[in-house]
Design a protein around this ligand. Structure first.
Ligand code: ACO
Length: 320
């Protein structure tokens, strides 16, 4: 094991061009801007164009990260893509990204942990860096959830969107980087949030099924707890946090979690209004937003937390 830290040296993001406002979604679903806004805080979401794949979104986010920090894709040792909506059953979406960005070596793989996918991905990337197996890792969260929506299920269909976010982690002898991670899953909650299809079950991709109220209850109780555990592991407390960058599922969950952690909303990065729930993409999208708007700055303490189908949940603490 090396004593290297995994430091974020670049962020990037991509949202598909098509913006679907609550008013537009009300033209094909029996809903209203008022209902969606008050229940979730969502005002619009982006939908991928026909033929635009999860890998296309991931590649665009990766290129944005390369450009923002002037990084050569060939200096990357590994690509990890967190996604629940891969292009194909195999190969991994990550291997398509690896090829598209022109990497000549290294390795690539996907992680399936739905909305907690980005936390699982950076936790795995951190372990690879600490084990000395990679020096620079491109970690992406990318999703096209519009493809697994049941448009007849109005309570769920209005909540999700498509997008991708990326970070590049580098091994550095530094005080900065990923300070701790905390991961959990509990398969007994399968029925609360799942997709009713798959290669070995139905041979189809299936549609997302969610018991929204139940997921809401688990989210509020589990998110603050995992963030506090991650803080404890890092030897920190809530008062040390500069920014919470939560999974952007629902403004009410985001507020309730911040409240439980005694952190004011002024210290929470919120982007859910602009793109809805983009699952594994939501945290890296929000991180990139925080960096580009100069809210997130070097040496600040950042807490990221997420929960998703499985159930899976977790948190990570970074010194930026
Ligand atoms: N538009 C208008 N009315 C609607 C809609 C809609 N889209 N959907 C449901 N309604 C109606 C219902 O029919 C019901 O009407 P009724 O009282 O006359 O029967 C009423 O609104 C309330 O419905 P509920 O299902 O009780 O709605 P609730 O207030 O619980 O809100 C929601 C539903 C938004 C899904 C909420 O439960 C929630 O936010 N859950 C968390 C889900 C979530 O964010 N999950 C993601 C986390 S994990 C991940 O990211 C994958």
């Amino acid at each position: 094991m090396s004593d290297m830290q995994s430091v974020v040296i670049a962020t990037g993001s991509y949202l598909p061009k098509r913006i679907v406002t609550n008013d537009e979604i009300s033209t094909f679903i029996d809903t209203s801007d008022e209902w969606i806004r008050t229940r979730s805080g969502i005002e619009a979401r982006h939908f991928a164009a026909e033929g635009e794949l999860t890998s296309d979104l991931a590649i665009a986010a990766a290129n944005d990260a390369f450009q923002s920090a002037n990084i050569d894709p060939n200096s990357i040792d590994a690509v990890i893509v967190a996604t629940a909506t891969p292009d194909e059953t195999f190969p991994s979406t990550a291997s398509k990204v690896q090829h598209a960005i022109g990497m000549k070596g290294g390795f690539a793989f996907d992680i399936s942990a739905v909305c907690a996918g980005f936390i699982y991905a950076i936790s795995n990337a951190d372990a690879l860096i600490r084990a000395g197996q990679a020096k620079r890792i491109l970690v992406i969260g990318a999703e096209t959830f519009s493809r697994i929506m049941d448009w007849e299920d109005r309570t769920t269909a209005v909540l999700f969107g498509d997008g991708a976010g990326a970070v590049i982690l580098e091994a550095q002898d530094s005080e900065r980087g990923i300070l701790s991670t905390d991961l959990h899953s509990d398969g007994s909650h399968h029925d609360l949030l799942y997709v009713d299809g798959g290669v070995s079950s139905t041979g189809t991709a299936g549609k997302l099924r969610m018991q929204g109220k139940e997921v809401f209850k688990h989210a509020v109780s589990k998110l603050a707890k995992t963030a506090e555990t991650a803080l404890e592991k890092a030897g920190l407390q809530s008062s040390d946090v500069d920014w919470i960058v939560p999974h952007q599922a629902n403004l009410r969950i985001i507020k309730a979690t911040a409240d439980k952690m005694n952190i004011p909303m002024e210290q929470v990065i919120v982007t859910v209004q602009n793109h809805g729930n983009t699952s594994a993409a939501s945290i890296p999208l929000a991180l990139d937003h925080g960096v580009k708007t100069k809210q997130i700055r070097k040496n600040q303490i950042i807490a990221i937390e997420a929960i998703g189908g499985g159930l899976v949940w977790g948190a990570a603490i970074l010194r930026w």
